[in-house]
Design a protein around this ligand. Structure first.
Ligand code: HEC
Ligand code: HEC
Ligand code: HEC
Ligand code: HEC
Ligand code: HEC
Length: 201
């Protein structure tokens, strides 16, 4: 054999190995870049996709805000009746849903579920999306009143400040942290009290 033959065989094999290593490194770099981009873009939009807030839970009945708020133009306070009155906004009882769904929605599986629940006289165990810990007190009424008076807007137009555009959500998700820092920042910006006992018992 000629020495040249050896070289011809050895050289491509080395190159091949190098190419293999480089492509593995490349895949990692690409993967890392994509992940970093998703992070930057999602935090830019204020809606973390990775390690962020949970997606909305799967509810016992798939109640779409879209249909009721956007299509039917129902006011938030039509269902969340206590939101302008006290601490909890409250979720309506099945009876309120049935004022329409006794007759509306024949054949829709989720509406049939609703009717069964109503006939059995059971409440619906809706899964909570927003919840502050027990040692924190939050009340809707002062917030809704403050922002609607200051902005000259309806009570229902204030909800998006903390909940985002619920009317466009098929499944309600949390879009704002509503952690202590978030609460305190907004209180400071609006001249609301920031002493510990405002929010802690
Ligand atoms: C037809 C009745 C109805 C109307 C109108 C309605 N909601 Fe709801 N809402 C519900 C029901 C039922 C739930 C519980 C199921 C769920 O989370 O989707 C709910 C849940 C929510 C939640 C999540 C509660 C939690 O667990 O943290 C928020 C926030 C909310 N609604 C805000 C709004 C806002 C803002 C509007 C007006 C733009 C509105 N809703 C209009 C019935 C209604
Ligand atoms: C003012 C009347 C009204 C009230 C009150 C109302 N709905 Fe509806 N709902 C409708 C209409 C109209 C539709 C659309 C029906 C259709 O597409 O044929 C609908 C659709 C639905 C659907 C089916 C969505 C789909 O396409 O699968 C569900 C589930 C539902 N409503 C649940 C509820 C629940 C739960 C409540 C009470 C918290 C409620 N609705 C209160 C009028 C109402
Ligand atoms: C200043 C921020 C803020 C505003 C404005 C606000 N919410 Fe909330 N909302 C919260 C927080 C925080 C919670 C969790 C409260 C808890 O765990 O006790 C919550 C919980 C809820 C819940 C579920 C628990 C409950 O109270 O029944 C519903 C429904 C709700 N909000 C609807 C509304 C509606 C409708 C509006 C507008 C009329 C509104 N919110 C305005 C911060 C806000
Ligand atoms: C978007 C701004 C904003 C956010 C976010 C916010 N608050 Fe407030 N909060 C206010 C304002 C403004 C007032 C004062 C209302 C008034 O003057 O009656 C207030 C009032 C209160 C009050 C009543 C104080 C009193 O004695 O009158 C409590 C309690 C409270 N907030 C708790 C919270 C908690 C807990 C959170 C977070 C989970 C929170 N707030 C998030 C703006 C905010
Ligand atoms: C505007 C409302 C607000 C005020 C004012 C406030 N907090 Fe909080 N705090 C919260 C909320 C909401 C949480 C729960 C969410 C979280 O962990 O951030 C919390 C959580 C906490 C926790 C528990 C943290 C943990 O990891 O579980 C401590 C401790 C605490 N607060 C202490 C204080 C002290 C001390 C002050 C006064 C200097 C204060 N807070 C003032 C809203 C408030």
């Amino acid at each position: 054999m000629l020495p040249g033959d050896f070289q011809l065989q050895k050289y491509p094999r080395k190159k091949l190995a190098l190419f293999g290593v480089l492509s593995i490194v490349g895949v990692f770099i690409l993967g890392g870049t994509v992940l970093a981009l998703v992070f930057v873009i999602s935090s830019w939009l204020g809606r973390p996709v990775v390690f962020g807030f949970n997606d909305g839970p799967t509810q016992p009945i798939a109640f779409p805000h879209t249909v009721h708020v956007q299509d039917l133009e129902l006011d938030c306070t039509f269902c969340h009746r206590n939101v302008t009155l006290g601490a909890a906004a409250t979720i309506p009882a099945v009876g309120l849903c049935m004022t329409c769904h006794k007759t509306i929605g024949d054949g829709l599986p989720e509406v049939e579920k609703l009717r069964t629940v109503f006939e059995e006289g059971q409440p619906i165990d809706w899964i909570r999306v927003h919840r502050v810990p027990d040692h924190v007190q939050f009340a809707h009424e002062p917030h809704v009143r403050f922002f609607s008076e200051r902005g000259g807007i309806s009570p229902s137009a204030t909800c998006s400040t903390c909940h985002g555009d619920v009317g466009s959500m098929v499944v309600v998700e949390q879009v704002r942290s509503l952690k202590m820092g978030d609460c305190v920042d907004c209180h400071r910006d609006n001249g609301a009290p920031t002493d510990c006992t405002t929010c802690h018992y």
